[in-house]
Write a protein that binds this ligand. Structure first.
Ligand code: FCB
Length: 416
């Protein structure tokens, strides 16, 4: 019997990384944020070992690789550019292209040069111009890249940096956060035009973190209300703003706001990062009355980070994102676990859901497992083992887990 072909031709099967999580950088805001990084400043030393790591991509048999440029290495001081850092990333791109591996480049993946975050944090309008200078420099210099992601998870950046204050710039002020979000999205809109002016056939997007969101107690109207508001804000408002040019934000127990953002149709595909389901519970002692929880409902367990494994949520978020009528790419999906068998089941279950979605007509063109090798996880450090390859952080040796072999098999068995 001939197997029915479901995944489209040229489907991108890849893995995703981000520069700072593998390479560190002495010039980045995060470097001084986490004391752990004093002892592990270059994390996996990927900046030096990149050739070895790019060989792992060949071993896996992927045809795409998502990685980011560390802005703080390229522009360590406001008026000093380091061309050798750009040359380094050009070499990475060249190696990929030579090996028929499509590069997908993220321009901003959470970290900033220290000078930028000190002088021009995102809630200042001048941040836009400074970021665009970086974009201009990159797209006029780096050759061989068609797929660009301007921002990784803009909402996560804002919630961490301006709401919880647990990531740089460490502010807890919702109205500054809203200003910052506006400036970030404005930067995306302008970056979209700059990229296209240099590379007319470029494919540009953001990578949006989407989660399945549900009430903790289904019988409780306040839990239901919070989960609806959260879904609207966290998952949907950005997608709707790409369709309308207006960001509509509802807050629990407060007046909604509307902000005009110049991003209508500034999208050639849409990147979705999907990991988990989160339950919302009303708790008057928490900020805005919201408490977030994970629990194992499907019986697939929790990850080492306590996140619920909920493959079905992938279908929900893809369905909503398909409203955009641009191709979708799953730019991240992965699990922190020391247990390879659990990692394998996680991948299989999510790719099965993906296969069903494609069969149902949702236009998905790529899947990127997070991550190639173990790396620094923002709030957890080195113990969150997302890698297909295990890294020994003392010797920096990379060793394949069984999940690496499984991913290679999975790629081959799904029409690659
Ligand atoms: C995502 C981030 C990525 C990584 C994974 C686990 O939200 O984009 O950098 O930390 O979570």
């Amino acid at each position: 019997m001939v197997k029915e072909k479901i995944f489209p031709d040229n489907f991108l099967w890849g893995v995703a990384t981000s520069a700072f999580q593998l390479e560190g950088s002495p010039y980045a805001d995060w470097a001084s944020w986490d004391a752990l990084l004093d002892t592990k400043p270059d994390v996996t030393n990927h900046y030096a070992l990149y050739k070895e790591d790019l060989n792992l991509l060949k071993d896996l048999g992927v045809n795409a690789y998502r990685f980011s440029l560390e802005w703080s290495r390229i522009q360590p001081r406001e008026h000093a550019w380091d061309d050798s850092a750009i040359a380094h990333y050009q070499e990475v791109v060249d190696i990929l292209v030579k090996n028929n591996i499509e590069p997908i480049v993220t321009l901003h993946h959470f970290t900033h040069p220290i000078w930028f975050i000190k002088k021009y944090p995102w809630h200042e309008a001048a941040s836009i111009e400074k970021f665009l200078l970086f974009i201009e420099r990159i797209v006029s210099t780096l050759k061989g890249i068609r797929h660009w992601i301007t921002f990784n998870e803009p909402y996560v950046l804002i919630l961490g940096g301006y709401f919880e204050g647990c990531t740089p710039p460490g502010i807890k002020d919702v109205s500054l956060g809203v200003k910052a979000l506006k400036n970030i999205l404005t930067s995306h809109g302008k970056a979209y035009d700059i990229i296209h002016s240099h590379i007319p056939d470029a494919k540009v997007s953001v990578a949006h973190n989407m989660a399945a969101l549900a009430p903790w107690r289904i019988w409780n109207p306040l839990d239901s209300l919070l989960s609806r508001i959260a879904k609207h804000f966290y998952n949907h408002s950005l997608i709707d703003a790409f369709l309308t040019g207006t960001l509509h934000i509802k807050f629990p127990f407060k007046k909604a706001i509307e902000i005009v953002v110049p991003i209508k149709d500034k999208l050639d595909f849409f990147g979705v990062n999907y990991y988990t389901r989160i339950h919302m519970r009303f708790n008057p002692f928490k900020k805005m009355g919201v408490e977030l929880r994970h629990r194992d409902i499907d019986g697939y367990g929790l990850t080492d980070m306590g996140w619920e494994i909920h493959p079905h949520g992938l279908e929900k978020v893809l369905r909503y994102a398909s409203k955009l009528e641009v191709p979708l790419i799953i730019t991240e999906n992965g699990i922190a676990t020391h247990d390879s068998e659990k990692k394998i089941k996680f991948m299989k279950r999510h790719v099965d859901v993906l296969e069903r979605c494609i069969k149902d007509g949702i236009d998905v063109r790529g899947y990127f497992y997070w991550s190639l090798i173990d790396n620094y996880e923002w709030l957890q450090g080195l113990d969150a083992r997302f890698g297909l390859y295990r890294v020994d952080f003392d010797t920096l040796k990379r060793r394949p887990t069984n999940a690496a072999a499984y991913y290679s098999y999975l790629i081959k068995s799904r029409d690659f």
